[in-house]
Design a protein around this ligand. Structure first.
Ligand code: SAM
Ligand code: SF4
Length: 329
């Protein structure tokens, strides 16, 4: 098992399939994009499946989430999902995507064994979308969401990040839209993970503020208080339920003590935390002929050194040198 020195067990593996993206969300990437990883440094589909299989079949991983960058840009995505769903014991297989291209891919992905999808949507206003993501692609995202429902990838979840002065006025419309369509909405506090290092605490819309914005229009009651477990979202029943909304206070209400996640970057590095400053290079080991036992041992050691928390509030906090898009959000 992947146990750290504080007794937390990592069972939720997040795999970045590419650091590339077709959007430029302001909280993630600069408008001009980034220097993408050179192709030879990316894990091949076979390498990804081999490492995921080690995680699932030897190390107790029970959920595999593919992310990025934008995972729908990875050509072999359907094959990677299919191979993951064939592992034994079969893990839950999910995807976090900006939704562009999902209209075409939702059905083949569901057929390949994808269980669930999270689609990122921060605004319902086309102009705000262009301002926030620097591309005019809102209709593609909305088509992708609808296709996910048709393909049975339900409940479809929406991730929203609110930015002060940009889309904070959309908290209520985003929840109304989600309720109308049966999507499960989660607001995520903006974290210091942008490539530009532009995050400022004062600009962050906190979980308290998000709840304040929603409370004016909805009756929110915490769902199963105290039962958050390792789930980052605090869930609230909306107007008596059964619909719920989640708030992920990654910064102001950290859930590090119950964290069950471990990450594999697109270039084959194990990261035991989004905010880790060290990585463990499985790609080099894999390409120099390491056995599955050896790779598993390296992975166990990488998780063993996980810190107790992200320390964003510590004066000594250092933002990781890799941005979210390269780590795998
Ligand atoms: N491109 C895909 C997408 O946008 O869903 C997958 C990768 S993206 C890095 C994963 C999630 O991280 C998205 O929901 C995005 O909104 C979120 N995210 C990116 N940068 C963030 C930040 N600085 N703080 C909080 N969430 C962030
Ligand atoms: Fe791309 Fe996702 Fe980052 Fe937006 S949050 S720029 S969609 S990787």
């Amino acid at each position: 098992m992947l146990v750290d020195s504080f007794g937390r067990v990592a069972t939720d593996l997040r795999v970045s399939l590419t650091d590339r993206c077709n959007l430029r969300c302001a909280y993630c990437m600069p408008p001009e994009g980034l220097d993408w990883l050179p192709k030879p440094e990316l894990l091949t589909a076979d390498e990804i499946v081999r490492l995921v299989a080690i995680g699932v079949e030897r190390l107790g991983v029970t959920e595999v989430r593919y992310t990025g960058g934008e995972p729908l840009l990875r050509r072999e995505l359907v094959e990677i999902v299919a191979a993951t769903a064939r592992l034994s014991p079969r893990p839950q297989v999910s995807l976090t995507t900006n939704g562009i291209g999902l209209a075409r891919l939702a059905a083949p992905l569901a057929e390949a064994g994808l269980d669930r999808v999270n689609v990122s949507l921060d605004t319902l206003d086309r102009d705000v979308f262009v301002r926030l993501a620097h591309r005019d692609r809102l209709p593609d995202v909305l088509d992708g969401l609808a296709a996910a429902v048709r393909a049975g990838l339900t409940p479809v979840k929406i991730n929203s990040v609110l930015m002060r002065g940009v889309n904070e006025h959309e908290a209520v419309p985003l929840l109304r839209f989600s309720l109308e369509h049966g999507y499960e909405l989660r607001f995520i506090e903006q974290m210091p993970l942008d490539a530009q290092h532009g995050w400022r605490r004062e600009d962050m819309i906190t979980a308290d503020e998000i709840l304040g914005l929603l409370n004016g229009s909805f009756d929110l009651v915490e769902d199963e208080p105290g039962r958050r477990g390792s789930a980052p979202a605090e869930l609230f029943l909306v107007d008596g339920g059964p619909a719920r909304v989640g708030v992920i206070g990654s910064v102001t209400r950290p859930f590090c003590g119950a964290c069950d996640r471990v990450r594999l970057t697109a270039d084959g590095q194990i990261r035991n935390c989004l905010f880790a400053t060290e990585e463990s290079d499985l790609r080099a080991a894999l390409r120099s002929g390491a056995s599955d036992d050896d790779l598993a041992a390296r992975w166990i050691a990488a998780v063993g050194g996980k810190k107790p928390g992200h320390g964003i509030d510590d004066p000594s906090f250092l933002q990781p040198s890799r941005p979210m898009s390269a780590i795998g959000g």
